[in-house]
Design a protein around this ligand. Structure first.
Ligand code: ATP
Length: 199
């Protein structure tokens, strides 16, 4: 699966629309300190569903929206799209090319899209589960991530192995099934109480 393109606007330092095409092989991004290199990887993490703003080097959600400068007013919206070539069918959708997008409005409203169709964050997680690209995967390794992995507690390090082994999807589904089961058990209890009251 090839990451073909990143498009963003209003995201962190990218006030104007940017478009980056990725070729096969290695792509290196070079630039002076503070020019926005890490903001590119932050954009990739964000559109893949990162919910922890600290992992994006911010302290509140709207920190990812262009904050304005002496010459420009702040943006009202941040949007990032990532396009993958899916000719090898690694992503479980019948499209040769898949674009995922995320938008955040300054009002706090947030939206996700898969090929321009509105979807839930859960759908984005599901799409990438066990592909090695998901939100918790090690496809994006930040400067201090290596130390973090080495110093992690065994149970936290295990999550990495689970992602690599392709069982994350099943862990997520199990959690969802257990949640539904618990809610059904609560409903059954309530119904029993009502039956007892009526009898
Ligand atoms: P280094 O080489 O030092 O790691 P870098 O090229 O990776 O730097 P980034 O950390 O990606 O640079 O970018 C930092 C820049 O992004 C800073 O100038 C910061 O002011 C700007 N920036 C971050 N968030 C926003 C925002 N919400 N609005 C406007 N600018 C922002």
């Amino acid at each position: 699966m090839l990451l073909k393109r990143l498009e963003a606007y209003g995201f962190k330092s990218f006030a104007d629309r940017i478009e980056i095409e990725f070729d096969r092989g290695i792509t290196a991004v070079v630039g002076p300190n503070g020019s926005g290199k890490s903001n590119i990887t932050d954009a990739i993490r964000w559109v893949l569903g990162e919910q922890n703003i600290r992992n994006l080097r911010g302290s509140k959600a709207e920190d990812i929206i262009f904050a304005g400068s002496s010459a420009r007013k702040p943006a009202g919206i941040a949007q990032v799209s990532l396009t993958f070539d899916n000719e090898d069918g690694k992503l479980p959708l019948e499209f040769q090319e898949i674009t995922i997008s995320r938008r955040l409005f300054r009002t706090g409203e947030s939206e996700f899209y898969i090929n321009k169709a509105r979807c839930r964050l859960k759908d984005i997680y599901g799409l990438f589960a066990d592909t090695g690209i998901g939100r918790d995967s090690i496809s994006v390794i930040s400067q201090n991530k290596v130390d973090e992995v080495l110093n992690a507690k065994p149970e936290d390090r295990r999550l990495l192995f689970e992602e690599c082994a392709g069982i994350t999807k099943y862990r997520d589904r199990k959690r969802e099934a257990v949640r539904k089961l618990e809610s059904t058990q609560q409903n059954a209890l309530r119904i029993n109480d009502i039956i007892l009251e009526i009898e």
